[in-house]
Write a protein that binds this ligand. Structure first.
Ligand code: ATP
Ligand SMILES: Nc1ccn([C@H]2C[C@H](O)[C@@H](COP(=O)(O)O)O2)c(=O)n1
Length: 243
């Protein structure tokens, strides 16, 4: 792959859209790709998680779709788009860690399937992408709905068994072991099944490159996504990238 210095390309607009199921590596791989491309990074899953946290914090009835939608519209959200800084604030409260907790993870799909919530977050996502100029945005509907005209679009997948094993390793590394493999598998598959009722991320839409990381390690996966970006957008990887 051709390598250029960051200054060669830092001002060239570039939108990279990445979708995939839970545990496919979207966030970790997209952050690494953003660094290499000198681009900003948008974690759209964190936005849905922020809505779920906000509803739980405000005591919104999650069964009341109108109330959930109103909470999403009213939510004051600040989110880092630096791939090296994970920071999410709702109404001034730092929720960076709280949105990764079990309570939010268990309820996020309930808010993510409310169509007006999706419309509100998609509006914000498009604004953020347009303002950034160079950005890697990842989620479930970025390649298909949020940014179907992105310069490069990638669907990142891995087998369900590998995704479950990676999630298990991630929990253990975070000091949160204890969920048995069967339960974890049911959680991952269950969330994907609910999320799939409103987005298509089990197969690539036309023009979307498929990267299956089942047999790839992390660096190989990053390289495969960068190759797909170069192939579609003609954009070279940035030597050294942003740190
Ligand atoms: N190709 C790979 N090889 C090995 N491990 C990987 C690979 N890709 C990602 N991982 C690891 O798998 C775990 C899950 O990745 P990540 O959190 O990026 O997935 P995700 O798709 O964003 O998940 P979710 O949508 O549930 O938030 C992380 O620990 C990450 O480092
Ligand atoms: N564009 C998106 C992004 C995320 N979601 C849903 C799917 C998940 O249940 C939840 C959290 O996402 P994660 O942090 O696990 O990537 O948000 C969605 O529907 N559309």
């Amino acid at each position: 792959m051709t390598e250029h210095t960051r200054d060669d390309v830092a001002t060239t607009p570039l939108v990279v859209a990445v979708d995939g199921p839970s545990g496919s590596g979207k966030s970790s791989v997209s952050k690494a790709v953003a660094r290499r491309l000198g681009a900003a990074y948008l974690d759209t899953g964190a936005m849905y998680r922020a809505v779920a946290w906000h509803c739980l914090n405000e005591g919104v009835d999650l069964a009341d779709a109108d109330a959930v939608a109103a909470a999403a519209v009213a939510m004051e959200l600040e989110q880092s788009t630096d791939p090296d800084v994970e920071a999410v604030r709702v109404g001034g409260t730092d929720v960076t860690e709280a949105i990764r907790g079990a309570e939010v993870t268990d309820t996020v799909s309930t808010v993510a399937v409310v169509i007006p919530v999706r419309e509100e977050l998609r509006r914000r996502q498009r604004e953020t992408i347009a303002a950034a100029g160079r950005m890697v945005a990842e989620g479930r509907d970025i390649t298909t709905v949020v940014a179907p005209d992105a310069h490069a679009r990638v669907l990142l997948t891995a087998s369900e068994a590998v995704r479950t094993a990676r999630r298990s390793g991630q929990l253990a590394a975070a000091g949160e072991p204890g969920v048995d493999a069967g339960t974890l598998h049911r959680q991952v598959a269950g969330r994907d099944a609910r999320d799939a009722t409103v987005s298509t991320f089990d197969r690539p839409a036309e023009g979307v490159a498929l990267v299956d990381s089942t047999e790839l390690d992390f660096e190989q996966t990053v390289a495969a996504v960068l190759a797909a970006v170069e192939d579609q957008a003609g954009t070279p990887a940035v030597k050294g990238g942003r740190r």
